[in-house]
Ligand binder design. Sequence first.
Ligand SMILES: NC(=O)c1ccc[n+]([C@@H]2O[C@H](COP(=O)([O-])OP(=O)(O)OC[C@H]3O[C@@H](n4cnc5c(N)ncnc54)[C@H](OP(=O)(O)O)[C@@H]3O)[C@@H](O)[C@H]2O)c1
Length: 248
Amino acid sequence: MKIAVAGATGRLGRHVSEVLAERGHQVVAISRATGTDIITGAGLDAALNGVQVIIDAATGPSPDQQPATEFFVTAAHNLQEAGVRAGVRRAVVISIINIDKSAGGYGLAKIAHEDAWRSGPIPVRIVRAAQFHEFVAQLLQWGTQGDVAYIPEMRTQIVSARTVAEVVADIATSEDDPAQIVEIAGPREEDLAELATMLVARRGTPVKVQVVRDPADPDAGRTLVRWAFCKQDAVLRDAIARLASWAA
Ligand SMILES: NC(=O)c1ccc[n+]([C@@H]2O[C@H](COP(=O)([O-])OP(=O)(O)OC[C@H]3O[C@@H](n4cnc5c(N)ncnc54)[C@H](OP(=O)(O)O)[C@@H]3O)[C@@H](O)[C@H]2O)c1
């Protein structure tokens, strides 16, 4: 199967591309680094030539609500228009677990992302994932000022990007008509600040982790995921093994 992965160089997209290639599929890597821009449309028609499935795992540079919404909605429209011209049969879009309960910020941008895909002409399946293991390092990078790392108060059942990628690959290549929304999370509820503290200790980074609650963030302090959504035994087994090795 010929499958285009938008965001193929990202934390998730690189695993999705690898898993699909390992399973013998032809992967078209879409990112600005590979010469295709889903916002300007540059290179998109050529990239989608002969593609049967689009996976949208891209995200823009800003986590703020307005620029993130503009990014996702524009990207969804451009991918759909070019996808229709190319005869694409279906799409898989990556979203965030429990996002329908989100009250602001990036969460609302993701709802707009889902809606933009759902209202388009290409049938879409949505994979809502919990925060990735790899997201903890990203939070540390965003939140470090001097020798303090400010980490938002959040509890969630983090999951490895690899585990999510395997589920995304299953859904993208399945000819069945599965539920339009699939949710995936790791096996255990975790505190992101505790994980960040563990990561800096393991890396020997000389920073102190401090929990912050942004009063402007309506999701601050909420537990975003309370229970495991992994319904397939194999997925749950892999998720447990990967959490154990990430935390080791
Ligand atoms: N991170 C998490 O914990 C998490 C959890 C659940 C769901 N998600 C969702 O999963 C998706 C992927 O997240 P991620 O953390 O893997 O993202 P990421 O690491 O930031 O990667 C973003 C990708 O988008 C590409 N991109 C950005 N602008 C582009 C443009 N104009 N044209 C083409 N490609 C562009 C980037 O490549 P270039 O820079 O080369 O263009 C990169 O490949 C997002 O939809 C996110 O909301 C993330």
